[in-house]
Design a protein around this ligand. Structure first.
Ligand code: LMR
Length: 400
């Protein structure tokens, strides 16, 4: 039956882990997947998460089905974290928020909803570049997509004029995908005034903003600061769609826990949207997994634990900022003639190094350092022990 099925391509990001695992060199370094590591290069379980697990264990909870949309307390806590406790949608209860299979599940569910209920077939506009999975999800849903200018390779910063020009010519009703903070893969975010400008254009041109917020807390160490773009748009009256993930900011990668929110403007619409999201969920995985959402709920609704979590997130963000400084200093110290200020100018988990595909091939083959073909490195994979080696290797492949 299935002999004619073509072989699928290995995953651009997750496929790197398999290659890394097969490499027997003691020097190998994995800067591919965006997963936080401690200074020994080990996976990190946040102290707040450990504490939440203990509290949950003590409650001797059962393993019954969760409600289709997830537990109410979990959903409310997610929406408050994103929009702010006293924000209008929270006060008016005009949000339809459901638990999802992390950020990817939220994106898929949200785009599927758009595909089904948008009165006319719409285009999705993605930043150029964007997370590899964004276009892939659109393709799976047969949603046409275009790219708007975002990253300027000359300045290694945000191309504000290019983005504004492109958004101005997007057809009315187009879905504009925005990375709320810590843009993946570039680590380049618009400034506050630039977000305000984007919000204005998107409003005037009657475009639809869909935020992907996978790194709340990771860009600056502050969850409120990192939600600034979403909150500017909400304040400006946009009824945004929002995908949230707790993979990175709580280190709950394998728990697959996140949320999708659709802001609806009134409670009656929110109820209808919610009912349709539930129908979708029921037909895909019936109802969500309970373990990850219990941990998130415990942390976000227990004041003491939440405080601990905010400290944990900041510590992770700070370690990454320190590694950026050390990496830049070490490459410059090695005598590189190139400019490396972008390493410290960019924020979040990723640095878009500027390495060409050929240089990426070389650094992998000759130095056993693994990263994506576009030159993105996960700064979270750098430690005080390997930073000198990574810097030396980058200098080697960029100087000859
Ligand atoms: C990444 O970009 O490395 C992460 O978001 C992990 C993933 O699923 O791609």
């Amino acid at each position: 039956w299935w002999g004619s099925v073509p072989m699928g391509a290995p995953d651009t990001i997750l496929g790197i882990r398999d290659k890394y695992n097969k490499d027997s060199s003691p020097k190998k370094v994995n800067l591919g997947v965006g997963a936080y590591r401690d200074d020994d290069g080990k996976p990190f379980v946040l102290p707040s998460v450990r504490k939440a697990e203990e509290l949950i264990y003590q409650k001797c909870m059962n393993h019954e089905y969760a409600p289709i949309a997830g537990e109410v307390a979990f959903r409310e806590a997610c929406a408050k974290l994103a929009f702010g406790d006293c924000s209008q949608p929270i006060v008016d209860k005009t949000n339809a928020t459901v638990q999802t299979l992390s950020g990817t599940g939220a994106l898929r569910l949200g785009l599927d909803f758009i595909n089904r209920y948008w009165q006319k077939k719409r285009e999705v506009w993605l930043p150029n570049p964007t997370w590899f999975n964004h276009p892939q999800i659109c393709d799976m849903l047969c949603l046409p997509y275009k790219k708007y200018r975002y990253y300027d390779p000359k300045t290694k910063g945000f191309d504000v004029n290019g983005a504004c020009e492109d958004l101005c010519r997007a057809p009315e009703g187009s879905v504009i995908l925005l990375h709320a903070c810590a843009h993946n893969p570039t680590g380049v975010d618009p400034k506050k005034e630039e977000w305000e400008c984007l919000s204005k254009i998107i409003k005037e041109k009657k475009l639809f903003p869909f935020f992907d917020m996978a790194y709340q807390g990771f860009a600056t160490g502050s969850v409120d600061r990192d939600a600034q773009a979403v909150r500017i748009f909400v304040k400006d009256g946009h009824q945004v769609m929002l995908a949230q993930s707790f993979a990175k900011n709580m280190g709950l990668y394998g728990e697959r826990v996140g949320a999708l929110t659709v802001l609806c403007g009134d409670k009656c619409t929110a109820d209808k949207v919610m009912s349709q999201l539930k129908v979708s969920i029921r037909t895909i995985y019936s109802n969500p997994a309970i373990n990850g959402s219990r941990i998130v709920k415990e942390i976000l609704t227990n004041a003491e634990l939440k405080q601990q979590w905010l400290v944990d997130v900041k510590a992770m963000a700070d370690r990454i900022i320190t590694m950026r400084k050390m990496l830049r200093e070490a490459i410059e110290g090695a005598g590189s003639k190139h400019k490396w200020n972008h390493i410290t100018d960019q924020i979040g988990m990723f640095c878009y190094t500027g390495l060409t595909p050929a240089q990426v091939d070389r650094i992998t083959k000759e130095c056993h350092i693994y990263l994506t073909k576009d030159g993105r490195i996960s700064v979270a994979g750098i430690t005080t022990k390997n930073v000198a080696y990574v810097a030396e290797s980058i200098h080697k492949v960029t100087s000859s």
